[in-house]
Design a protein around this ligand. Structure first.
Ligand code: SOE
Length: 412
C-alpha cells in the first residue's frame, strides 16, 4: 500500500464518517421508476457529501407485498410495508418520501405532515390546485413545528441549472426579455403503446403538461426569479384510445393487451406562451410525441446583457453569450460546469468527469437533509409546487377556450 504523505496525514478527512452523524430515517411510498431514482439519492448522498444527518433507508411501501419486498431488497431498504399509514406511523421514519402517482400525493403528504414527519413529494405536487392548496397549508402549519416539506423538482439540482440561476441573480443577463423552454420525449409516438397510469386523468391529473410541462414551468420561474402572471395555450391528444396494459409497467411503458382498449384522458402535448411579472415573454412546449427526442429539456434565456442556454441531454454544459463583449469576438461559448467551485461539484470528481441524471436525486437528498438539520427554508417548497399547479390549471383553462383559434384568413 502507498505510504500516506505528511500533507495527506495532516489534512482533515473530507467526509465526516457516516456512522457518527445522527440518522434521518426515511420511509418511501412507491418503488417504480421514481422510487428507484430516489432510492439512489438516499443511498448515496451521505457517502459523497458531508452531511449533518445520515439518511437511513428505513422502510419502503407498496400495495403488492412480493413486489415491494423485492424492491426493498434491490434498492437497499431495511423493511417493507404494504400500507402507507403503517409506514408513516413507524418510529424509525422521520421523513416520508412520496413517489406515487399524483392522485395520492395530497392524502399521504397531509397525513405525514400531521403525524410530525418531514415530507419530500414527487412533482407535480398534486393533481388539482385545491389539493395543492391543502398540502401547502399543511406544510405551513408543519413548518411552525420545525418540519420540512419539499417538492421534487429535481432538475433544479443539475449543477449547470443551479449555476445559471446564480448568474441570472447576479445580473449577468440584465433585464430579461425571453424564456424559451421545451421538454420533448417520444415514448408515446407508437399508438400501440399501452394505457399506463400516466395516460389516465384520475391518476396523473394531466399528461405531458403535468409530467413535463411542470418541470419547465418550475425551471422558468426558478431561473428568472419571478412568476408567470398569464398564459395562452393549446393542448392536443393525438392518440385518443390505446390498448390496455397487460401486466406490470416497465419504465414508462409496459406490455399491451391484445384485445381490450381504453380512452386516453390526458393531453399528449401542450404548447403555451406566458408573460412573467417583469414583462418578459416565455414560451413552452411539452410533448411525448417528438419522435427521436428522448429527454430533451432545453432552455434559453435572453436578457439585455446576454443569454444562457441549457440542454438536459448535455447536462454538464451551459452556453453563455456575454453581449457586453465586442461584437467581433462575442458569441455563445460552452462552460463545462464541472469545476469544484460549481454548485454540488465540490464533492464529486475532478473537472471534466461528468455527472448524469441520477445525480439530481443525490443532490436533492443532500439538500433535504441539510434543510432539516440547518432549519433553513425548504426549496423547492410546497408553495413553489402550488404556484406551478396554478400555472398548469391556467394552461388547461386557456386550452379549453382556445379549442377554436383565431382563424387564419385565406384569400380564396
Ligand atoms: C416521464 O415522462 C418522466 O420520467 C417524468 O415523469 C419525469 O419527471 C422526468 O424527469 C423524466 O420523464
Amino acid at each position: 500500500r502507498r505510504e500516506e504523505t505528511e500533507q495527506e496525514a495532516a489534512a482533515p478527512p473530507t467526509y465526516r464518517p457516516m456512522t457518527s452523524a445522527p440518522a434521518l430515517g426515511v420511509g418511501m411510498v412507491g418503488y417504480a421508476f421514481m422510487g428507484a431514482a430516489h432510492s439512489q439519492g438516499w443511498r448515496t448522498a451521505g457517502h459523497v457529501f458531508e452531511l449533518p444527518m445520515r439518511p437511513a433507508l428505513a422502510a419502503i411501501c407498496g400495495r403488492d407485498r412480493r413486489a415491494v419486498e423485492a424492491a426493498a431488497d434491490r434498492h437497499g431498504w431495511a423493511a417493507a410495508e404494504t400500507d402507507w399509514r403503517a409506514l408513516i406511523a413507524r418510529d424509525d421514519v422521520q421523513l416520508v418520501d412520496i413517489c406515487t402517482p399524483g392522485d395520492s400525493h395530497a392524502e399521504i403528504a397531509i397525513a405525514a405532515l400531521e403525524a410530525g414527519k418531514h415530507v419530500l413529494c414527487e412533482k407535480p405536487l398534486a393533481n388539482t390546485v385545491a389539493e395543492a392548496e391543502a398540502m401547502t397549508e399543511a406544510a405551513e402549519r408543519a413548518a411552525a413545528r420545525g418540519q420540512v416539506a419539499v417538492v421534487g423538482f429535481n432538475y433544479r439540482k443539475v449543477p449547470a441549472i443551479t449555476y445559471a440561476r446564480k448568474l441570472i441573480a447576479e445580473g449577468r443577463l440584465g433585464t430579461l426579455r425571453h424564456v424559451r423552454a421545451t421538454y420533448l420525449q417520444d415514448w408515446l409516438v407508437d399508438p400501440g403503446s399501452p394505457l399506463t397510469w400516466r395516460l389516465e386523468r384520475e391518476h396523473a391529473g394531466s399528461g405531458a403538461l403535468g409530467d413535463l410541462g411542470a418541470h419547465i414551468v418550475d425551471l422558468a420561474q426558478f431561473l428568472a426569479g419571478e412568476l408567470l402572471v398569464g398564459v395562452s395555450a393549446v393542448t392536443e391528444t393525438f392518440v385518443r384510445e390505446r390498448p390496455l396494459r397487460a401486466g406490470p409497467s416497465a419504465g414508462l411503458s409496459g406490455v399491451a393487451d391484445r384485445g381490450a382498449r381504453g380512452a386516453v384522458t390526458v393531453d399528449d402535448a401542450a404548447l403555451f406562451t406566458g408573460r412573467l411579472a417583469s414583462g418578459a415573454l416565455a414560451s413552452f412546449e411539452a410533448t411525448r410525441m417528438a419522435a427521436g427526442r428522448k429527454n430533451a429539456l432545453r432552455l434559453e434565456i435572453n436578457g439585455e446583457l446576454g443569454s444562457l442556454a441549457f440542454d438536459l441531454e448535455r447536462l454538464n454544459e451551459l452556453s453563455f453569450h456575454d453581449h457586453t463583449e465586442p461584437a467581433t469576438t462575442a458569441g455563445f461559448r460552452r462552460i463545462l460546469v464541472t469545476e469544484p467551485e460549481h454548485p454540488y461539484l465540490e464533492a464529486w470528481w475532478p473537472p471534466g468527469h461528468a455527472l448524469g441524471y441520477e445525480h439530481t436525486f443525490i443532490h436533492q437528498a443532500r439538500d433535504v437533509v441539510r434543510t432539516i438539520a440547518e432549519r433553513t427554508a425548504p426549496t423547492p417548497s410546497f408553495a413553489d409546487g402550488l404556484q406551478v399547479q396554478r400555472v398548469l390549471a391556467a394552461v388547461e383553462e386557456s386550452a379549453a377556450k382556445n379549442s377554436v383559434h383565431t382563424p387564419v384568413h385565406t384569400t380564396a
